[in-house]
Design a protein around this ligand. Structure first.
Ligand SMILES: Nc1nc2c(ncn2[C@@H]2O[C@H](COP(=O)(O)OP(=O)(O)OP(=O)(O)O)[C@@H](O)[C@H]2O)c(=O)[nH]1
Ligand SMILES: [Mg+2]
Length: 433
């Protein structure tokens, strides 16, 4: 039984004032939409955005990010709405954060800290926890205060889970440690993650040998990636109307209408201004995206700005070097916005519309996946000598054998092979008879 105090603690939600700055070509609408998203990030983290303060600037102020006058207004607003924390939509330098906290007399954090907080709350696997902790420590190291023993956001205040937004970690790890201990912990985590990645690569090699083509489901957070994997397979991945519900990759086998069997992976979602450190820390989870033959890019057609979300996803794909992988666009949630989904498909040749929730359009997606994957491979004809059973077995592993005929000099095989497979078997390739 929870005591009344515990209940109060659990239902207490921090009140947050958000700060948005419009720079360059950004319109007021852009700033507002970005703040809407920040509000849902704050909500997901377990707090409430109760006010927003906006400013236009050519460049961030080196001391306070916003101008000093605006910072003073921010203090007034915070007092008025009784908020102990302000969240900037843009990344603050450690110095700006320090100056702001001094001037405001309250905690100042940024969007990155909120995203890290959500990741910290959602991490469940050993690898996920290690990746989040690594990202958190790298973020916090330059923000250590005082004599290097106190972290900036440790002071006072309680919220659900007993910690302030932006100050939670994924495990039992004591963060009240000095720089050197944090640095040692970072080195240790990097080593652990390398080990996990190595292990995964060995497994992936086994999969390559199994000749299944690999499809990775990518997209903006909350676009419906996990819902899609569940719809197509019986994966049973957690689906939530919450940002960054999925942090770990889940892979399932999937049979396409053409009879091909592929592997399909659901993975972590992306977002605008995704902290680079987080992408870096999640490198090993994202490796599976990098090694896919095809990306199914799920886009929430009912979002306020689906095109901007697409661009943000492609930007992260570029960051991890996956922009070269063929992409199949899937405009999701068509049950909510049938007309908009149709229009998006019309404007993006080769894309499909679907509802991962109801399953409408899922067949179109599967057919398109099959078409795309087949287009990535070419049909070749091989004549494999009878004493090369090993080669014949390899063709079966690496490609899709369409026909086999016995001839005096060997087995004539017609097979679909990708570029790597075609070069492996170049020695036994023949011109079609
Ligand atoms: N109406 C409707 N809702 C959907 C559809 N697909 C997903 N949703 C809802 O959208 C929300 C997010 O779905 P998820 O599958 O968890 O999204 P995700 O892309 O895996 O999200 P993260 O893992 O958090 O990045 C859930 O509330 C789903 O029920 C759809 O086709 N139609
Ligand atoms: Mg998910």
């Amino acid at each position: 039984m929870a005591t009344p105090t515990q209940l109060i603690e659990r239902t207490f939600r921090e009140k947050i004032v958000m700060v948005g700055v419009g720079m360059g070509a950004q319109t007021t609408d852009d700033v507002d939409l970005s703040l809407d998203e920040l509000a849902s990030l704050i909500d997901t983290a377990g707090a409430d955005a109760v006010a927003r303060v906006v400013q236009r600037r050519d460049a961030p102020d080196p001391a306070y990010y916003v101008g000093k006058g605006k910072a003073e207004e921010l203090r007034e607003v915070s007092l008025e709405v009784d908020s102990d924390t302000v969240v900037f939509d843009n990344e603050l330098t450690p110095a700006q954060q320090r100056n702001l906290e001094k001037l405001l007399g309250r905690t100042a954090i940024d969007r990155t800290a909120v995203i890290l907080d959500i990741f910290a709350q959602n991490a469940s696997s050993q690898e996920g926890k290690a990746q989040v902790e690594l990202a958190l420590l790298r973020y916090r190291l330059p923000r250590l205060r005082g004599k290097g023993t106190q972290l900036s956001q440790q002071a006072g205040g309680m919220s659900a889970g007993g910690a302030r937004i932006g100050s939670r970690g994924p495990g039992e790890t004591q963060l009240e440690v000095d720089r050197r201990r944090i640095q040692r912990r970072i080195t240790r985590l990097e080593g652990d993650l390398k080990e996990i990645a190595k292990h995964r690569r060995t497994q992936a090699k086994g999969r390559t040998r199994s000749r299944f083509q690999h499809v990775a489901i990518v997209g903006y957070t909350n676009a419906g990636k996990s819902t899609l994997l569940n719809q197509l397979t019986d994966a049973g991945v957690l689906v939530e109307d919450r940002l960054f519900a999925t942090l770990d990759a889940t892979t399932r086998r999937l049979d396409l209408p053409g009879g091909e069997r592929v592997l399909c992976t659901d993975t972590v979602g992306f977002i605008k201004k995704l902290p680079h450190g987080l992408v870096e820390a999640f490198k090993s989870t994202l490796e599976v995206v990098n090694e896919a033959d095809l990306l199914v890019h799920v886009v929430d057609a009912s979002a306020a700005e689906p095109l901007e979300q697409m661009a943000a996803v492609r930007e992260v794909l570029g960051e991890i070097g996956a922009e070269r992988i063929p992409e199949l666009l899937a405009f999701n949630k068509s049950d909510r916005v049938p007309a908009a989904a149709k229009q998006l498909v019309a404007r993006n040749p080769g894309s499909v519309a679907l509802s991962a929730l109801t399953g409408a359009g899922a067949d179109d997606l599967l057919a398109a996946m099959g078409d795309r994957l087949r287009a990535l491979t070419d049909v070749v004809e091989l004549l494999v000598p009878y004493d090369r059973g090993d080669l014949l077995a390899a063709v079966h592993r690496e490609g899709e054998v369409l026909s086999e005929g016995h001839e005096p000099d060997g087995v004539r095989v017609r097979a679909r092979l990708d570029a790597a497979g075609r070069s492996h078997f170049a020695a036994v390739a023949v011109a079609p008879a």
